[in-house]
Design a protein around this ligand. Structure first.
Ligand code: 7PJ
Length: 297
Protein backbone atom coordinates (compact mmCIF):
# COMPACT_ATOMS: atom_id res chain seq x y z
CA UNK A 1 0.00 0.00 0.00
CA UNK A 2 1.37 3.44 -0.88
CA UNK A 3 1.71 5.93 2.02
CA UNK A 4 -1.05 8.06 0.48
CA UNK A 5 -3.43 5.12 0.33
CA UNK A 6 -2.59 4.21 3.92
CA UNK A 7 -3.38 7.74 5.08
CA UNK A 8 -6.78 7.78 3.41
CA UNK A 9 -7.78 4.44 4.88
CA UNK A 10 -10.82 5.01 7.12
CA UNK A 11 -10.64 3.95 10.74
CA UNK A 12 -13.37 1.38 11.28
CA UNK A 13 -14.23 0.43 14.85
CA UNK A 14 -15.30 -3.17 15.21
CA UNK A 15 -18.92 -3.66 16.19
CA UNK A 16 -17.81 -5.24 19.46
CA UNK A 17 -16.17 -2.09 20.85
CA UNK A 18 -17.80 -2.33 24.29
CA UNK A 19 -14.81 -0.90 26.10
CA UNK A 20 -16.76 0.87 28.84
CA UNK A 21 -20.00 -1.00 28.51
CA UNK A 22 -20.96 -3.17 31.48
CA UNK A 23 -21.94 -6.65 30.30
CA UNK A 24 -24.79 -6.79 32.76
CA UNK A 25 -27.63 -4.56 33.88
CA UNK A 26 -28.36 -4.67 37.58
CA UNK A 27 -32.09 -4.62 37.97
CA UNK A 28 -33.36 -5.28 41.50
CA UNK A 29 -33.07 -9.02 42.22
CA UNK A 30 -32.14 -9.59 38.57
CA UNK A 31 -28.84 -9.31 36.76
CA UNK A 32 -29.58 -9.02 33.05
CA UNK A 33 -27.00 -10.44 30.64
CA UNK A 34 -26.44 -7.91 27.86
CA UNK A 35 -24.34 -10.15 25.67
CA UNK A 36 -27.45 -10.60 23.50
CA UNK A 37 -30.06 -7.93 22.71
CA UNK A 38 -32.99 -7.86 25.13
CA UNK A 39 -36.65 -7.18 24.45
CA UNK A 40 -38.68 -4.97 26.78
CA UNK A 41 -42.36 -5.81 26.25
CA UNK A 42 -44.83 -2.94 26.53
CA UNK A 43 -47.95 -3.21 28.68
CA UNK A 44 -50.06 -0.06 28.79
CA UNK A 45 -52.44 0.15 31.72
CA UNK A 46 -54.09 3.25 30.28
CA UNK A 47 -57.45 3.99 28.71
CA UNK A 48 -55.92 6.23 26.02
CA UNK A 49 -52.69 4.72 24.70
CA UNK A 50 -52.28 5.42 20.97
CA UNK A 51 -50.94 2.06 19.90
CA UNK A 52 -53.28 -0.38 21.60
CA UNK A 53 -56.19 1.91 22.34
CA UNK A 54 -56.71 1.00 25.99
CA UNK A 55 -57.18 -2.71 25.27
CA UNK A 56 -55.44 -3.58 28.56
CA UNK A 57 -56.86 -0.88 30.78
CA UNK A 58 -58.20 -3.21 33.50
CA UNK A 59 -55.57 -4.68 35.85
CA UNK A 60 -56.67 -8.23 34.97
CA UNK A 61 -56.28 -7.61 31.25
CA UNK A 62 -52.89 -5.97 31.79
CA UNK A 63 -51.68 -8.91 33.90
CA UNK A 64 -52.84 -11.42 31.31
CA UNK A 65 -51.17 -9.47 28.53
CA UNK A 66 -47.92 -9.20 30.50
CA UNK A 67 -47.93 -12.99 31.07
CA UNK A 68 -48.40 -13.51 27.37
CA UNK A 69 -45.45 -11.25 26.57
CA UNK A 70 -43.30 -13.18 29.06
CA UNK A 71 -44.32 -16.43 27.33
CA UNK A 72 -43.31 -14.84 24.03
CA UNK A 73 -39.86 -14.15 25.44
CA UNK A 74 -39.94 -10.65 26.91
CA UNK A 75 -36.82 -10.07 29.00
CA UNK A 76 -38.39 -7.10 30.83
CA UNK A 77 -42.05 -6.04 31.12
CA UNK A 78 -42.67 -2.29 31.04
CA UNK A 79 -45.89 -1.16 32.73
CA UNK A 80 -47.23 2.28 31.89
CA UNK A 81 -50.05 3.92 33.82
CA UNK A 82 -49.79 7.33 32.16
CA UNK A 83 -50.00 7.68 28.41
CA UNK A 84 -47.17 9.76 26.97
CA UNK A 85 -48.51 9.85 23.44
CA UNK A 86 -48.35 13.27 21.77
CA UNK A 87 -51.10 15.50 23.15
CA UNK A 88 -51.78 13.30 26.21
CA UNK A 89 -52.82 15.04 29.43
CA UNK A 90 -51.09 14.24 32.75
CA UNK A 91 -52.69 11.68 35.09
CA UNK A 92 -53.05 12.42 38.85
CA UNK A 93 -50.70 10.40 41.06
CA UNK A 94 -53.52 8.50 42.81
CA UNK A 95 -54.99 7.43 39.48
CA UNK A 96 -51.62 6.25 38.20
CA UNK A 97 -51.00 4.28 41.41
CA UNK A 98 -54.45 2.70 41.17
CA UNK A 99 -53.65 1.54 37.63
CA UNK A 100 -50.11 0.30 38.26
CA UNK A 101 -49.87 -1.17 41.75
CA UNK A 102 -52.35 -4.05 41.35
CA UNK A 103 -50.48 -5.11 38.23
CA UNK A 104 -47.07 -4.92 39.96
CA UNK A 105 -48.41 -7.00 42.87
CA UNK A 106 -49.78 -9.65 40.53
CA UNK A 107 -46.58 -9.94 38.48
CA UNK A 108 -43.75 -9.36 40.94
CA UNK A 109 -42.86 -13.04 41.26
CA UNK A 110 -42.62 -13.63 37.51
CA UNK A 111 -39.30 -14.71 36.03
CA UNK A 112 -38.54 -11.32 34.45
CA UNK A 113 -38.13 -7.86 35.96
CA UNK A 114 -41.00 -5.38 35.98
CA UNK A 115 -40.30 -1.86 34.83
CA UNK A 116 -42.62 1.06 35.56
CA UNK A 117 -42.91 3.75 32.91
CA UNK A 118 -43.47 6.81 35.10
CA UNK A 119 -42.19 10.33 35.72
CA UNK A 120 -43.53 10.63 39.29
CA UNK A 121 -41.26 9.99 42.29
CA UNK A 122 -44.22 8.85 44.39
CA UNK A 123 -45.18 6.24 41.80
CA UNK A 124 -41.53 5.13 41.55
CA UNK A 125 -41.25 4.66 45.32
CA UNK A 126 -44.51 2.79 45.72
CA UNK A 127 -43.93 0.55 42.70
CA UNK A 128 -40.36 -0.26 43.81
CA UNK A 129 -41.62 -1.05 47.32
CA UNK A 130 -44.15 -3.46 45.77
CA UNK A 131 -41.49 -5.29 43.77
CA UNK A 132 -40.83 -3.40 40.54
CA UNK A 133 -37.17 -3.75 39.51
CA UNK A 134 -36.77 -0.91 37.02
CA UNK A 135 -37.88 2.68 36.52
CA UNK A 136 -38.35 3.86 32.94
CA UNK A 137 -38.62 7.65 32.98
CA UNK A 138 -39.28 9.66 29.81
CA UNK A 139 -38.03 12.73 31.73
CA UNK A 140 -34.75 11.07 32.80
CA UNK A 141 -35.48 11.51 36.54
CA UNK A 142 -36.05 15.22 36.02
CA UNK A 143 -38.85 15.63 38.59
CA UNK A 144 -37.82 16.90 42.03
CA UNK A 145 -37.15 13.86 44.21
CA UNK A 146 -36.94 11.37 41.32
CA UNK A 147 -33.16 10.84 41.53
CA UNK A 148 -33.51 10.17 45.27
CA UNK A 149 -36.46 7.81 44.78
CA UNK A 150 -34.33 5.64 42.48
CA UNK A 151 -31.00 6.02 44.30
CA UNK A 152 -32.51 4.61 47.50
CA UNK A 153 -33.20 1.25 45.84
CA UNK A 154 -31.32 -1.29 43.75
CA UNK A 155 -33.49 -0.93 40.66
CA UNK A 156 -32.33 -0.28 37.11
CA UNK A 157 -33.27 3.02 35.50
CA UNK A 158 -33.83 4.13 31.92
CA UNK A 159 -32.97 7.79 31.35
CA UNK A 160 -34.79 9.03 28.24
CA UNK A 161 -34.52 12.27 26.30
CA UNK A 162 -37.59 14.31 25.46
CA UNK A 163 -37.81 17.83 24.06
CA UNK A 164 -40.75 19.60 25.74
CA UNK A 165 -43.59 17.64 27.30
CA UNK A 166 -46.05 15.12 25.81
CA UNK A 167 -48.91 17.63 25.54
CA UNK A 168 -46.97 19.86 23.13
CA UNK A 169 -43.74 18.08 22.14
CA UNK A 170 -44.63 17.34 18.52
CA UNK A 171 -45.75 20.90 17.75
CA UNK A 172 -42.43 22.10 16.39
CA UNK A 173 -39.35 20.19 17.52
CA UNK A 174 -36.15 22.16 16.79
CA UNK A 175 -32.48 21.20 17.19
CA UNK A 176 -29.20 22.59 15.85
CA UNK A 177 -27.65 19.15 15.98
CA UNK A 178 -30.06 16.55 17.30
CA UNK A 179 -27.44 13.86 17.93
CA UNK A 180 -25.11 16.17 19.83
CA UNK A 181 -27.87 17.76 21.89
CA UNK A 182 -29.54 14.51 22.87
CA UNK A 183 -26.17 12.92 23.67
CA UNK A 184 -25.13 15.88 25.84
CA UNK A 185 -28.43 15.77 27.72
CA UNK A 186 -28.15 12.04 28.38
CA UNK A 187 -24.51 12.34 29.39
CA UNK A 188 -25.47 15.02 31.95
CA UNK A 189 -28.29 12.85 33.29
CA UNK A 190 -25.97 9.83 33.65
CA UNK A 191 -23.62 12.07 35.64
CA UNK A 192 -26.48 13.40 37.80
CA UNK A 193 -27.69 9.87 38.50
CA UNK A 194 -24.14 8.86 39.40
CA UNK A 195 -23.80 11.76 41.83
CA UNK A 196 -27.12 10.79 43.41
CA UNK A 197 -25.70 7.32 44.07
CA UNK A 198 -26.99 5.26 41.16
CA UNK A 199 -24.25 2.84 40.05
CA UNK A 200 -23.45 2.78 36.33
CA UNK A 201 -24.43 -0.90 36.13
CA UNK A 202 -28.01 0.19 36.88
CA UNK A 203 -28.30 2.82 34.14
CA UNK A 204 -29.67 2.65 30.58
CA UNK A 205 -30.03 5.61 28.20
CA UNK A 206 -32.59 6.16 25.45
CA UNK A 207 -32.66 8.97 22.84
CA UNK A 208 -36.46 8.98 23.06
CA UNK A 209 -37.61 8.34 19.50
CA UNK A 210 -40.74 10.37 18.79
CA UNK A 211 -40.50 12.52 21.91
CA UNK A 212 -40.20 16.04 20.52
CA UNK A 213 -38.62 14.81 17.27
CA UNK A 214 -39.55 14.88 13.60
CA UNK A 215 -39.13 11.82 11.38
CA UNK A 216 -35.80 13.26 10.20
CA UNK A 217 -34.62 13.74 13.80
CA UNK A 218 -35.58 10.15 14.62
CA UNK A 219 -33.76 8.81 11.57
CA UNK A 220 -30.67 10.86 12.35
CA UNK A 221 -30.62 9.49 15.90
CA UNK A 222 -31.06 5.93 14.63
CA UNK A 223 -28.21 6.39 12.16
CA UNK A 224 -25.93 7.63 14.94
CA UNK A 225 -27.13 5.38 17.74
CA UNK A 226 -23.64 3.98 18.26
CA UNK A 227 -22.53 7.37 19.56
CA UNK A 228 -24.94 6.88 22.46
CA UNK A 229 -23.43 3.50 23.27
CA UNK A 230 -20.16 5.44 23.62
CA UNK A 231 -21.60 7.01 26.80
CA UNK A 232 -20.60 3.72 28.41
CA UNK A 233 -24.05 2.52 29.46
CA UNK A 234 -26.48 0.32 27.51
CA UNK A 235 -28.80 1.95 24.99
CA UNK A 236 -32.53 1.27 24.80
CA UNK A 237 -34.45 2.03 21.61
CA UNK A 238 -38.23 2.33 21.29
CA UNK A 239 -39.56 2.44 17.74
CA UNK A 240 -42.44 0.02 18.11
CA UNK A 241 -45.54 1.21 16.18
CA UNK A 242 -44.45 4.85 16.42
CA UNK A 243 -45.91 7.54 14.21
CA UNK A 244 -42.63 8.08 12.34
CA UNK A 245 -43.10 4.52 11.03
CA UNK A 246 -46.61 5.52 10.01
CA UNK A 247 -45.20 8.48 8.12
CA UNK A 248 -42.61 6.30 6.40
CA UNK A 249 -45.03 3.52 5.43
CA UNK A 250 -48.44 5.21 5.30
CA UNK A 251 -49.81 2.61 7.74
CA UNK A 252 -51.90 2.96 10.93
CA UNK A 253 -50.47 1.92 14.33
CA UNK A 254 -51.86 -1.64 14.22
CA UNK A 255 -50.21 -2.30 10.81
CA UNK A 256 -46.67 -1.21 11.66
CA UNK A 257 -45.20 -4.55 12.73
CA UNK A 258 -42.86 -5.01 9.76
CA UNK A 259 -41.66 -1.41 10.04
CA UNK A 260 -41.20 -1.79 13.80
CA UNK A 261 -39.10 -4.92 13.33
CA UNK A 262 -36.95 -3.20 10.72
CA UNK A 263 -36.30 -0.27 13.06
CA UNK A 264 -35.56 -2.59 16.01
CA UNK A 265 -33.02 -4.54 13.94
CA UNK A 266 -31.29 -1.38 12.73
CA UNK A 267 -31.17 -0.15 16.33
CA UNK A 268 -29.52 -3.37 17.50
CA UNK A 269 -27.15 -3.34 14.55
CA UNK A 270 -26.20 0.20 15.59
CA UNK A 271 -25.49 -0.74 19.19
CA UNK A 272 -28.81 -0.88 21.09
CA UNK A 273 -28.80 -3.42 23.93
CA UNK A 274 -32.54 -3.33 24.60
CA UNK A 275 -35.48 -2.76 22.27
CA UNK A 276 -38.89 -1.73 23.59
CA UNK A 277 -41.59 -3.55 21.66
CA UNK A 278 -45.30 -4.29 21.68
CA UNK A 279 -44.89 -7.40 19.49
CA UNK A 280 -42.47 -9.47 21.50
CA UNK A 281 -42.58 -12.83 19.67
CA UNK A 282 -41.94 -11.28 16.26
CA UNK A 283 -39.19 -9.06 17.63
CA UNK A 284 -37.48 -12.01 19.31
CA UNK A 285 -37.60 -13.99 16.04
CA UNK A 286 -35.97 -11.14 14.14
CA UNK A 287 -33.27 -10.78 16.79
CA UNK A 288 -32.64 -14.54 16.77
CA UNK A 289 -31.63 -14.26 13.11
CA UNK A 290 -29.45 -11.22 13.82
CA UNK A 291 -27.73 -13.03 16.69
CA UNK A 292 -27.09 -16.14 14.61
CA UNK A 293 -25.35 -14.02 11.98
CA UNK A 294 -23.31 -12.17 14.62
CA UNK A 295 -22.17 -15.29 16.43
CA UNK A 296 -19.45 -16.43 14.08
CA UNK A 297 -17.45 -18.58 16.47
C1 7PJ B 1 -40.89 5.05 25.01
C2 7PJ B 1 -41.05 4.91 26.38
C3 7PJ B 1 -39.58 4.97 24.45
C4 7PJ B 1 -38.79 4.61 26.69
C5 7PJ B 1 -42.96 5.25 25.48
C6 7PJ B 1 -45.01 4.20 23.05
C7 7PJ B 1 -45.03 5.58 23.63
N1 7PJ B 1 -40.01 4.69 27.22
N2 7PJ B 1 -42.35 5.06 26.66
N3 7PJ B 1 -38.56 4.75 25.34
N4 7PJ B 1 -42.11 5.24 24.46
N5 7PJ B 1 -37.73 4.41 27.48
O1 7PJ B 1 -45.30 3.23 23.74
O2 7PJ B 1 -44.77 4.08 21.86
O3 7PJ B 1 -39.33 5.11 23.25
S1 7PJ B 1 -44.67 5.54 25.38
Amino acid sequence: MTPAARESKPVILPRSTFILMPAILRCGRFSLDLSRPLVMGVVNVTPDSFSDGGKFSSPEAAVAHARRLIEEGADIVDLGGESSRPGAAPVPVEEELARILPVVRALRDERVPLSVDTTKPEVMRRALAEGAAMVNDITALGAPGALEAVAGSDCAVCLMHMQGEPRTMQARPVYDDVVREVRQFLSARVTAAGHAGVARERIVVDPGFGFGKTVDHNLELLRHLREFAALGVPVLAGWSRKSSLGQLTGRPAQDRLAASIAAALIAVQNGASIVRAHDVAATRDALAVWQAVEKRN
